[in-house]
Design a protein around this ligand. Structure first.
Ligand code: TEU
Length: 563
């Protein structure tokens, strides 16, 4: 690819700063903690560091409620710390990708504080205000993603304002060109400080249907999703943002909640000049009965494979580019969700990594994923911190669940599963803090930590390091045609990546039982006729020879190349 697409061979590391490394004893991570760990990330082979919000914030949604877009919150450090971080990252050949949260701001932002003063305040139309219905009820039936109505009533001016997330996160009115100018200015502020990457929070929600119609129930009940997801002017806005802010090699990723393939092709095809790549979440809803997050069911393996495959083929055909991920700060740990965090923990973690990193796209490693951190064990709701989880604990009981039933659902679904402190070593609090951590450290930190994996060639860490290096060396990982090879196999996910000079094959047993897998005829013929397969990555001591019929031990996973 051209210089502009250098990031197609890169791997991004996602840092949740609050839980990464604390250097002050506050119990919360900080920027100087990340500074201390830059060599660790460099050694892992990381090219881009996605730094999640460290802006001034009341922390109701852990920094996704921004009260000043151009100031570092003192709990994370100072602007001088940030400047040092940017310089030190660049000195090591790594880039910073900042999280930009501009669908909404905190209600503590001065713009909102102004806007709520009066209906004719110059900042009023930075946000979305509507009159109550005649009976005083909210303007429509849209629901917040964190539960409850998406509208908050402001006594002072007798109007409601829109909050798609927490009631202290007020949606911006992107129809207002002044809002767009403010956004481009704040993004340029960071670009001028040498930031050359942006992760755009729920950016496909910024264009709302200005009629604000009631939801007609055609999407999960009460969720106005289809009235503000991939809205009427979203592509217009993103093209304007691209023109106004991005440089020729700025790397950008859009978080596209509930989006479609067609939109993601438009968001990420270079000719559209919007973003470099997109996150979509369809593959992370295969354990949601009827798309409903707060009900439990075993995950649908066939649907997981079908969705990953459809998005590989569809984005390839459309010239789009996937951000590849199974973990982030909003999802439970994939290791516990899709594999085995007990007996086969190491094999499972490596299997998921090989399966993901063999796909076309840019892989994202969420902190702790590279050492096989599982979901922590939660004893009671008091251990949870996330606003969404705490709201749902109440709402689930209002819906008739017992406290224990509600807690069981929270245990599986809570975003806190991925937010416990990074486990650096087996010292108290896993070496994360010398103080009391803001959220508990998982009790398995003595067994699962960076220190005891760094020099172990068979560790999960070493496996990630190998996969990240392969992406830079093996061309077919970047541009090989994707082809699914397992037709509905109950245990195995297998696929190929094919280019004119080499073929990659990835075969993974997603089950805790032995599996037999036979390649399709056509591909098996290729195996017979082709060159000698070379094993690039495996998760068992003895990798079986690649042949038409494979016998796979529990969670066995292999990546071969055939030249
Ligand atoms: O997340 C968008 C979002 O919708 C997720 O929070 C997730 O889909 C939600 O938990 C549904 O159950 C982004 C950020 O990643 C998230 O941390 C923020 O809370 C959210 O936006 C609001 O800024």
């Amino acid at each position: 690819g051209t210089k502009q697409e250098w990031w197609r061979r890169s791997t991004v590391y996602q840092v949740y700063p609050k839980s990464f490394k604390d250097t002050t004893g506050s119990g919360q991570g900080d920027i100087r903690g990340l500074l201390e760990k830059l060599d660790y990330l460099k050694d892992l082979g990381i090219d881009i560091i996605w730094l999640q919000p460290v802006y001034v914030s009341p922390q109701n949604d852990n920094g996704y409620d921004v009260a000043d877009y151009c100031e570092i919150d003192p709990q994370f450090g100072t602007m001088a710390d940030f400047d040092e971080l940017a310089a030190e990252a660049r000195r090591r050949g790594m880039r910073l990708m900042l999280d930009i949260v501009v669908n909404h701001s905190s209600t503590e932002h001065r713009w909102f504080q102004e806007a709520k003063k009066s209906k004719d305040n110059p900042y009023r139309d930075y946000y979305i205000w509507r009159d109550p219905k005649p009976d005083g009820s909210p303007p429509n039936n849209w629901q917040s993603k964190f539960g409850g109505s998406a509208w908050q009533y402001d006594e002072g001016t007798g109007q409601y304002f829109l909050t798609l997330f927490d009631k202290t996160q007020a949606d911006f009115n992107w129809e207002n060109p002044k809002v767009r100018e403010e956004v481009y200015d704040l993004m340029s502020f960071w670009a001028n400080k040498g930031v050359s990457g942006f992760r755009m929070d729920v950016i496909n929600l910024i264009s709302k249907d200005q009629r604000f119609p009631d939801d007609d129930g055609s999407v999960p009940p009460g969720d106005g999703r289809k009235f503000y997801t991939d809205g009427p002017r979203v592509h217009e806005y993103l093209k304007e943002m691209n023109r106004r802010v991005f440089g020729p090699d700025t790397v950008t990723v859009g978080e596209m909640s509930s989006t479609t393939m067609e939109h993601c092709i438009r968001y990420s095809n270079p000719e559209e000049r919007e973003f470099s790549m997109t996150f979509n979440f369809h593959h992370l809803k295969v354990d949601y009965p009827g798309g409903r997050k707060w009900e439990l069911m075993p995950y649908d393996f066939e649907q997981l494979k079908a969705l990953l495959s459809d998005w590989q083929v569809g984005m390839q055909q459309g010239g789009g580019w996937n951000a590849l991920f199974l973990n982030n700060h909003d999802q439970p740990r994939a290791l516990s969700r899709f594999a085995d965090d007990g007996k086969y923990r190491t094999e499972s973690a490596k299997m998921l990594a090989t399966t993901l990193h063999g796909l076309q796209g840019t892989p994202y490693v969420f902190q702790g994923e590279e050492i096989g951190m599982p979901n922590p064990h939660w004893n009671d709701i008091g251990e949870l911190r996330d606003i969404e989880s705490r709201n749902m604990y109440v709402i689930l009981q209002e819906l008739g669940k017992t406290p224990e039933e509600a807690l069981d659902i929270i245990r599986e679904r809570s975003r806190d599963n991925s937010r416990t402190p990074m486990q650096w070593d087996d010292s108290p609090e896993a070496g994360f803090t010398t103080g009391t951590p803001w959220i508990k450290v998982d009790e398995r930190y003595r067994e699962i930590n960076v220190k005891n994996q760094l020099s172990d060639p068979d560790s999960v860490y070493s496996h990630y390091k190998k996969l990240i290096a392969l992406r830079k060396e093996v061309d077919v990982l970047t541009d090989g045609q994707y082809e699914r090879l397992d037709e509905g196999h109950p245990q195995v996910f297998a696929y190929a990546r094919i280019s004119d000079k080499e073929t990659l094959a990835v075969v993974s047993n997603f089950s805790g039982k032995d599996a037999v897998f036979e390649f399709p005829e056509a591909f098996a013929a290729k195996l017979e006729g082709g060159g000698t397969p070379q094993l690039l990555a495996g998760n068992t001591n003895e990798a079986p020879e690649l042949k038409a019929r494979m016998e796979l031990s529990p969670y066995a996973s292999y990546m071969w190349i055939i030249r």
